[in-house]
Design a protein around this ligand. Sequence first.
Ligand code: HEC
Ligand code: HEC
Length: 213
Amino acid sequence: MIRTISLSSLVLVLGLGSAFLVHAGTTDDAMLQLETIMADEGKRHASYAAGHERIRFCGYCHGEDGNSKRDYIPNLAAQHPQYLFEQFEKFGDGRRDDYVMSKLAKALSQQERIDIAVYYSQQTANPRPDGDPALAAAGEPLYERHCSSCHGANAQGVRDMPRLAGQPAQYLELALKRFKEMDPQQNNSPMIGVARMLSDNDIGAVATYLQGR
Ligand code: HEC
Ligand code: HEC
């Protein structure tokens, strides 16, 4: 089973045995570097190619093209590179916690995390099958009222506001419930306040709506 792959084999597969290094540079440097890469076609191609070399293992779960293989796993395709990079920081420093992702985030160098973020941001998110049409219809006005101002009219996201369109409903529900349960004293995400306003029914509706976008 994918979830039980041992971490030592994981590190071997990635060829990262020596990569438990101190991350060079700061997040600000990385964000600047990402912006420079995204704005320059030659640099973007080089970074994309380097990222492609590094995502073989990620592909088992997230898909080589960034369309995830399981409904509890997020798509990375067409996600914003700043957002993707920032999530590695969060898994790495404990603000987010997932057995595999937390180990991986610490195993990747800053350059690898940048290149992987560039690679996945350039992929196309494939449509997922629509869920229950009545639930999706109930989710649409909720999305427009509570979410579109940040995540965009088409749920395409911008910079550090993630794209939500086409994410599997199961993952969206998990993510929203996680925000709902977070301690605001220890986390400063705007999503904590947003998720608190939603009932479990609302969460199901908005997640179903977004999966079909
Ligand atoms: C064993 C399956 C598995 C593998 C392998 C894996 N991931 Fe993940 N990844 C997950 C799961 C599950 C989550 C969601 C965790 C959560 O809800 O916090 C996730 C979350 C993420 C996120 C956050 C996405 C978001 O929408 O917030 C990023 C970025 C990510 N993974 C990148 C990668 C990269 C890059 C690799 C390879 C180096 C990788 N993952 C390998 C299962 C995996
Ligand atoms: C004030 C701006 C804002 C509003 C309004 C907002 N979000 Fe977010 N959302 C964010 C930011 C910023 C993040 C990135 C996570 C973080 O920083 O904690 C995020 C992250 C998320 C994620 C995690 C995505 C992933 O890939 O893991 C989900 C799911 C989400 N939002 C859904 C919603 C839904 C549904 C609504 C409306 C009910 C909503 N958001 C309203 C700003 C917002």
